[in-house]
Design a protein around this ligand. Structure first.
Ligand code: C5P
Length: 248
């Protein structure tokens, strides 16, 4: 492996309301192949760090009022060595990740250096694999990329509609379209600047690298994986279990 980093920093946004799962149970505690989603996600990162010989430091961003509950879960399941901080999220993804970014400079966190790679990874993407993580880390470490996002070429034709209607306005060329996922990775100095500016401006986006685009940074798409789905609706559990069988 060619990257130069000794530490891997990760923010795991996990403060979503999970309403699309239509369950009383937190979707991160639902099981995929008998293992809770959150355990699969954390274990995938721990495996990657162990394989790569780098130290993993992470922040789990959870729903307001749930930090103590999550702290016990993390301690009981022996994840305390990789989850350094548990912090409260906000009512949007941008606010949740923003709180995670602020926690990276907490005195009890091993603050990243300006050029260190910081990953943001949806806690709900529990089938993330080491190869995808490695491709992102190598991009930030070795080719001078400041910001990158995992993505896959869309398999479907996408139509753009006129705002507020179902009338088609255009059909973008499918060869130019990627569906993006997490991990999304930034050099720490760029991440900090983007989130501080977004907080001041009240700028919101559904993905993190859109902030970098907004503030004029070049964002590279790195090959992701079609298996790296986000557990969002009940059928995603069924799909994830089928994918898991194929990955084993
Ligand atoms: O809403 P979406 O499905 O895009 O959420 C992706 C990830 O962001 C999930 O892991 C979810 O828990 C997290 N999230 C968050 N805070 C919010 C909304 C979503 O941490 N307010």
């Amino acid at each position: 492996m060619s990257f130069s980093h000794k530490k891997l920093y990760v923010i795991f946004p996990a403060a979503g309301s999970g309403t699309r799962m239509k369950s009383d149970k937190n979707k991160l505690l639902m099981e995929v192949g008998s293992i809770p989603v959150i355990d699969r996600t954390l274990t995938a990162f721990r495996k990657f760090a162990d394989e790569s010989g780098i130290e993993l430091h992470s922040i789990l961003v959870v729903s307001p009022g749930k930090t103590e509950e999550w702290a016990s879960y993390i301690k009981d399941r022996d994840y305390a060595s990789i989850v350094d901080t548990i912090t409260e999220g906000g009512d949007t993804r941008t606010k949740s990740v923003g709180n995670g970014v602020s926690s990276l400079s907490d005195p009890d966190f091993p603050v990243p250096g300006p050029d260190d790679a910081v990953f943001i990874h949806d806690a709900a993407r529990c089938l993330i694999d080491s190869d995808s993580l490695l491709r992102c880390l190598e991009a930030i470490s070795d080719d001078g990329t400041d910001v990158c996002v995992s993505g896959v070429k869309t398999k479907n034709t996408i139509k753009m509609v006129k705002s507020g209607t179902t009338f088609v306005e255009s059909t973008p060329d499918r060869d130019l379209l990627y569906e993006v996922q997490t991990p999304q990775c930034f050099k720490y100095s760029v991440l900090k600047e983007c989130y501080e500016r977004a907080q001041t401006d009240g700028f919101e986006a559904t993905d993190d690298t859109a902030l970098a685009e907004h503030y004029g940074y070049k964002v590279r798409i790195i090959e992701g994986s079609y298996s790296n789905i986000k557990i969002t609706t009940p059928e995603d559990i069924v799909i994830a279990e089928a994918l898991l069988k194929n990955m084993q």
